[in-house]
Write a protein that binds this ligand. Sequence first.
Ligand SMILES: *Cc1c(COP(=O)(O)O)cnc(C)c1O
Length: 387
Amino acid sequence: MSYLAKNYNRKKISFKYGKGSYLYSTDNKKYLDFVQGIAVNSLGHAHPKLIKAIKDQSKKLWHVSNAFQIPEGEKLAEKLCKKTFANYVMFQNSGTEATEAAIKVARRYFYSIGKPHKNRILCIKNSFHGRTLAAIFASGSKKMTEGFGPKVGGFDHFTFGNHNSFKKKITKNTAAIMVETIMGEGGIKTIPDWCLKELRKICNDKNILLILDEVQCGIGRTGDFFAFEKSKVKPDIVPIAKGIGGGFPIGAVLMNKKVALGMTPGTHGSTFGGNPLAMQIGSAVFDIISKKKFLNNVKTNSTYLIKQLIEIQKKYPKIIKEVRGRGFLIGLKLYTDQTYFIKKLMENKLLTIRAAENVVRILPPLNVKKAEINFALKIIKKVCSSF
Ligand SMILES: *Cc1c(COP(=O)(O)O)cnc(C)c1O
């Protein structure tokens, strides 16, 4: 009997330890882990530099209140701002807190410039911004919101790819458009660069803020530090989480100077957010991932993986309908049942995870080795050929 609430549909497997791209189960089997805690362990399991960061800091100082200066947080915020569009950072502990804080920043900005009626957030129907109350209603997903009413208001929705429905939903009350640059849970759907540019233009014309949720697709996952960088578009607000902690819970909201104006003392807070232990781990992750050479390597290896997956798709067009995504955020849209396919991969010692639209999500650690990619490809081929 388990005393854990039943809100997860867990697989009957548990792990003793992990090393790099591999997980070792309690029943003594070795798995290639292409889930990595859902794009969280960006540097794989038990990375020596992260172990050192957590060890060193744990002996000095874990937590102090945000009532005091936190130099470790100053340092990570500076690194993030110097690398990206951002001028300011607000640290949180998770993705959903980061997306909700992003909404707060947007609303507060319009309030602070005397336009409090601009407070509605326009999102993609069936997107994913986390599981807290406002975040589930931001997603507009029936499944996630069912039974959790009353509805949290202030959100409008449009259909992915439907530009007419999008334009119709913009009103004078729209404060921000909040979208994932690449939809993760929603089935690995990428907003094309021209579309991001168009979004930016509409936002400029209509005095709307652009929030790009990079909780899953950011922090090197696509081979750029942020997925939107390729489009050259500059967002106003970017929530991050998952990859920045390398397995330690960290979230943050990055914002430009303009919107940061509204966030005056007392407007937002977090007890744990940005504590010295988290910040030192975040810094260690950042130092590795932000290097050009590291990011280029992500590009090279992920391009190879996607190319090879497309070859497999061509060979088994009745099983794999489409290879989606960018970098190491990859989806295989299947004709066959995703659950069965994932089970088969797991029997062959490759761990993957589902996404919406019958997609199998493939999320290797960013420092995955070429030989490990080839091993995964071999398993995927084998499973395809078994149908
Ligand atoms: C995972 C995710 C979140 C929520 O993050 P949590 O840490 O689970 O709260 C928000 N947005 C996106 C795009 C995500 O993938």
